[in-house]
Ligand binder design. Structure first.
Ligand code: FES
Length: 123
């Protein structure tokens, strides 16, 4: 159960930072979680790899301006957890990660919620 994993208090190693392509997502399965990791420059963001609309994989979505677009129906999610306008509906779980000695680590018990910022799909 995903919730059990993020409340155990342990940091979970996910992947080497260098294995993440800049400006793209990657699906990582760890500790019962399907996590979509996104590297934007020196930063890494982690959200559930399941769109709250109908479950499409967000890790294969287009990344643009700190957001990811669901490949199925175009819902945008703000990877930084900021809201830049639009209705805050269908939130996706966001996880806190950090890079330690070149490894992306999932911080246990630090999940949050990122709000979708557009239902239109944009460009
Ligand atoms: S499944 Fe993601 S917007 Fe529909």
């Amino acid at each position: 159960m995903a919730l059990d994993v993020v409340t155990t208090g342990a940091a979970i190693p996910l992947v080497a930072f260098d294995e993440l392509a800049d400006g793209a997502g990657r699906r990582i399965r760890a500790g019962g979680l399907d996590i979509a990791l996104f590297r934007i420059g020196a930063d890494v963001y982690a959200i559930d790899d399941s769109c709250p609309h109908r479950g499409a994989c967000l890790s294969v979505g287009r990344v643009e301006n700190g957001r990811v677009r669901c490949p199925a129906h175009g819902l945008w999610f703000d990877l930084r957890g900021e809201t830049s306008g639009g209705p805050a509906t269908l939130p996706v779980h966001r996880y806190q990660v950090e890079v330690v000695d070149g490894v992306v680590m999932l911080r246990a018990g630090a999940s949050g919620v990122a709000s979708p910022i557009s239902l239109s799909g944009g460009t």
